[in-house]
Each structure stands twice: as structure tokens, then as C-alpha cells.
Design a protein around this ligand. Structure first.
Ligand SMILES: N[C@@H](CCC(=O)N[C@@H](CS)C(=O)NCC(=O)O)C(=O)O
Length: 260
């Protein structure tokens, strides 16, 4: 009995020491540089960094002023889009830069072993929904926002096309969430990818009451402190920016190939 107790105490002490070492390692790590602007695509990465407790340094990329076109940023993100990261402590201990939010989420998931399971079946579950967001929900909701809120002309056909598509996608998500708490079962990077876009349902002309499972999932997501911190990161930066300002629109809309 006494021996069992001692064994348990030794185990608990070792566990405590391991946790302390891991925490120290996280603190000692050089911060990840986060190239960011507070939008649903940016939130994916601020949420993941917050969820993992990784140290990071925010580097704002004011896309309304064209900072996404600076030569320094284009070296990191040749697609002139944020988010992007530079991890000074990349593979082999050397820096690595990554653009595309889905690739960043996967990298951080592999790096930390969190929210991106190693088991192949579970990983495929996550990846299906991550890519569903990257190729579907994000681009469609983005186009819908453009035609509903920013376009110079009102184009009912374009608005309806994207409103319908976003509605269809929310329906798919609602069905998926019928018998599971999160998109891949357990909370994962797929949920993080979706939440910023899903949170805009009202602006996207959708009625959340049509999607009760989606509504429950969104409430669960928004109750997570790391999600709250991630979606609050830098929102003050975009205060006072008018997306209908012709100068802002000249930067963001009508982009064509440069230097080719
Ligand atoms: N597929 C990209 C999309 C990123 C994206 O569209 N970012 C927008 C803001 S939400 C941007 O940087 N826009 C700058 C521009 O349009 O020039 C990703 O997921 O990382």
C-alpha cells in the first residue's frame, strides 16, 4: 500500500517536471511572426496560436493600404494575401515561412501535435473539412460579401448565386454537426478555419434558425476563450477604414497580374 503510494507520488512528480519543462520550452521559443489583418482568414491563425499557447509577434499587414504588395511581404507570401507566418524555429531549427491559412494550420498542428490528429483516419476527417472550408465556405462567403457589401454596382444575379451557395454550404455543415460536436468529431483546425466565416452569417444574408446544429456549434466555438482572443486580435486596427472608399477599393479590387 505504502509502496503504491510512493510510486504514484514519484510518477506525479515526474509528470509535473515534464509539464514544467514543456512550459519552459514554449516560453524560451522565439515567437512566431504572424503577418496578419483582422479578417476571417487572419482569425484562423490567431485562434490556433492562442489555442496552442505559442508565443507570437503580430505584424500588421494593412491590406486596405496595399501593404500586401511590399517586396518583403511578397517574399513570404507571393500571392499578396495574408495570413502568413515566419517560424524562426522551423524544421532543423532553421526559419521557415508559410502562406495560405490551411497550410499554416496544418504546419502548426504538426509542430505542436495539437488539434490535428496523427491517426490517419482521424487526420483525413480533419483534412476533408479543412479543405471544404478552404475551397468552399471561405471563397463563396468572400464573394458574397463582395457583391452584397462592396461592389460598386448592385448585381442581383451575383448576390443570389453566392447567397444560395453559402446557404447550401451551411446546410451541409448543419447536417454534418447533427451527430457530432465538431466537424471532425473532436475539436480541430477544421473548426478554427470555419468559425470566422460562420460568424458572419447575418452579414451574409443567412438565417441561423434554419441551421440549429450549426447554431449550437457556433455558440460552443465562441465560448472558447482562445477563440475569443483570436477573433479580437487587432480588430482596433481596421477601425475607421471604409471599404467603399475609392482609394481602398482601388487597392483591393480589380487586381491583375503584376510584373508579367
Ligand atoms: N486562400 C488564402 C486567402 C487569404 C485572403 O484572401 N486574404 C485576404 C484578406 S481575408 C487578403 O490578404 N487580401 C489582400 C488582397 O486582396 O490584396 C488563405 O486562406 O490564406
Amino acid at each position: 500500500m505504502a509502496r503504491g503510494k510512493t510510486k504514484r507520488a514519484v510518477k506525479a512528480k515526474a509528470k509535473k517536471a515534464a509539464v514544467k519543462t514543456a512550459k519552459k520550452a514554449v516560453k524560451a521559443a522565439k515567437p512566431i511572426e504572424l503577418y496578419y489583418w483582422p479578417t476571417p482568414n487572419g482569425f484562423k491563425i490567431s485562434i490556433m496560436l492562442e489555442e496552442c499557447g505559442l508565443p507570437y509577434r503580430l505584424i500588421p499587414v494593412n491590406i486596405s493600404k496595399g501593404e500586401q504588395f511590399t517586396p518583403e511581404f511578397l517574399k513570404i507570401s507571393p500571392n499578396n494575401r495574408m495570413p502568413a507566418i515566419v517560424d524562426p524555429d522551423g524544421p532543423g531549427g532553421r526559419p521557415i515561412s508559410i502562406f495560405e491559412s490551411g497550410a499554416i494550420l496544418q504546419y502548426l498542428g504538426r509542430k505542436t501535435g495539437k488539434f490535428y490528429p496523427q491517426d490517419e483516419r482521424q487526420r483525413v476527417e480533419v483534412e476533408q473539412w479543412l479543405f471544404w472550408q478552404m475551397g468552399g465556405l471561405g471563397p463563396m462567403a468572400g464573394q458574397l460579401n463582395h457583391f452584397r457589401h462592396y461592389a460598386k454596382e448592385t448585381l442581383p444575379y451575383a448576390i443570389k448565386r453566392y447567397e444560395d451557395e453559402v446557404n447550401r454550404l451551411y446546410g451541409v455543415m448543419n447536417t454534418r454537426l447533427e451527430d457530432r460536436e465538431f466537424l471532425a468529431g473532436k475539436y480541430s483546425i477544421a473548426d478554427m478555419a470555419c468559425v470566422g466565416w460562420a460568424n458572419g452569417w447575418e452579414r451574409q444574408g443567412q438565417n441561423i434558425e434554419q441551421f440549429p446544429n450549426f447554431k449550437r456549434w457556433l455558440a460552443t466555438m465562441k465560448a472558447r476563450p482562445a477563440v475569443q482572443r483570436g477573433m479580437a486580435l487587432g480588430v482596433e486596427l481596421r477601425q475607421g477604414i471604409d471599404m467603399k472608399d475609392p482609394k481602398v477599393q482601388a487597392v483591393l479590387f480589380g487586381q491583375r497580374a503584376r510584373g508579367a
